[in-house]
Design a protein around this ligand. Structure first.
Ligand code: EPZ
Length: 420
């Protein structure tokens, strides 16, 4: 199991490019199941989760050709419409095949994802979407068995007690594009990744409007065709670089990113005292001294993303005062605070709020990653702390960041990957 060895204390400086968004690419790959014609996705990041998704499609009999960062997917012929437990337990996003398989083949079995380190994460809204389109779902032996020979458009409210669901919105959109008649999704998630999926579906010949707003309308069509597409940049990776720049009191330019997707993040960076300049597909972040204390509450887009909560916790550990981070999306997304406290941070967690008492500096330590974004937070803390930090179990990180050490080293980070 690989780990990172970091010698911290160096202000990051220079330019780094964000990759395409993991959370856009995964549903795009699943959407290719909606047609038997080739779909070409460019600028695909070389991530463990992307490899898992492509492996899932191959296991169904889909032809997948990868040349560098260009992936050509052709879901022709009779496919095995099952997403097995062995794959879904490793990556929840495998459930993105549910909507497209049901829409195209009228019958599929997708393993229930099971537990997750950051929360219970039920899939009731995904099933609600399928049933609102006239599909039937039955839970059998740990699998969702969905049937719907010819789905029918319908109107539904897809917002849950935690707000809209990115996954359920995407799955229902993909199920509805081949349904008879019109579908209206109220309470839809507005994340840029949802809008990017709609753009892809429309390039395949679908009729999706309103994506990126709480009300999405889909007029079903008889069939879809192939397309070519380049996904949006990864706003979470860009935000991670920005937090690292600030925690090390550096100056970093992030290119190939969409500042417009980072409004709430830029607002909190500025509140913490960072200078943030935005330009065409880039932003420059500079932090001179210790951050000012700020309060952050995670929320569905365009609110502050839960996927940056951990990284900003690391930043605010070094604040000149007490900050609070309220996690409103996932129940148990504070595992990183235990490891940060081992690095000399002073964080109290009370229910869904982390109270971060700023300290002058963090001390290096051996720490353990528990999930994707928690591991990014520990890397940021290691970069800020003086001395040698070792971050264990970075396989979590490789799921969502492509060779992070190779992106940070040119910014002056002293970081190495160690293979046990
Ligand atoms: C997506 O997960 C992202 N994953 C997550 O990023 C991200 O944290 C999350 O959206 C929120 O922004 C991918 O895109 C692959 P949700 P998703 O359905 O779709 C509850 C990362 O680090 N809910 O929007 O699974 C749910 O429990 C990952 O890259 C239901 O109650 O999230 C949560 O509290 C982690 N019933 C809230 O809604 C449902 O049927 C939002 O979840 C579905 C969700």
């Amino acid at each position: 199991m690989d780990s990172f060895v970091i010698r911290g204390g160096t202000p990051l400086a220079g330019t780094v490019a964000a990759a395409s968004a993991k959370n856009a690419v995964l549903p795009l790959i699943a959407a290719c199941l909606l047609t038997d014609e080739p779909c070409v996705i460019r600028n695909v990041p070389l991530l463990a989760d992307v490899a898992t998704m492509l492996r899932l499609l191959r296991s169904m009999g889909v032809r997948v050709v990868q040349s560098g960062r260009t992936v050509t997917i052709t879901a022709r012929g009779r496919l095995d419409t099952t997403a097995p437990y062995d794959v879904v337990r490793k990556m929840r996003a495998s459930y993105y095949v549910l909507g497209p398989l049901l829409a195209r083949f009228g019958d599929c079995r997708v393993s229930l994802p099971g537990g997750c380190a950051i929360g219970t994460r039920p899939v009731d809204l995904h099933l609600k979407g399928i049933e609102a389109l006239g599909g039937s779902v039955r839970l059998e032996h740990g699998y969702i068995h969905a049937r719907g020979p010819r789905l029918k458009g319908g109107t539904m409210m897809l917002e849950g007690h935690k707000g809209p669901s990115v996954g359920a919105t995407a799955n229902t959109m993909m199920a509805a594009v081949l349904a008879r008649g019109r579908t209206v999704i109220d309470g839809a998630a507005c994340e840029p990744e949802v809008a990017d999926l709609a753009k892809f579906l429309n390039a395949m010949g679908a009729k999706v409007s309103g994506a990126g707003t709480p009300a999405v309308t889909i007029d079903g069509v008889r069939e879809l065709h192939g397309c070519r597409h380049a996904p949006i940049p990864d706003r979470i990776e860009a935000g991670t670089f920005a937090a690292a720049a600030c925690a090390t009191r550096g100056r970093v330019e992030v290119t190939n990113c969409e500042p417009g997707h980072l409004g709430a993040v830029i607002d909190r960076l500025r509140a913490a005292g960072a200078a943030v300049e935005t330009g065409d597909r880039c932003l420059v972040v500079t932090m001179k001294g210790r951050p000012r204390p700020v309060d952050i509450g995670t929320a569905p887009y365009p609110g502050f993303p839960t996927d940056l909560q951990a990284q900003f916790t690391s930043l605010l550990c070094l604040g000149r005062g007490t900050s609070t981070l309220t996690e409103n999306i996932f129940e148990s997304r504070f595992l990183h605070t235990l490891e940060l406290n081992r690095m000399g941070a002073s964080i109290d967690v009370n229910g869904n709020m982390a109270i971060v008492h700023g300290v002058e500096r963090l001390s290096s330590a051996q720490v353990m990653a528990s999930d994707l974004r928690a591991s990014a937070a520990l890397v940021i803390a290691g970069l800020a702390a003086r001395g040698r930090t070792e971050v264990l179990r970075i396989y979590h990180l490789d799921r969502g960041y492509e060779r992070l050490e190779r992106k940070l080293a040119p910014l002056g980070a002293r970081i190495e990957r160690a293979s046990a």
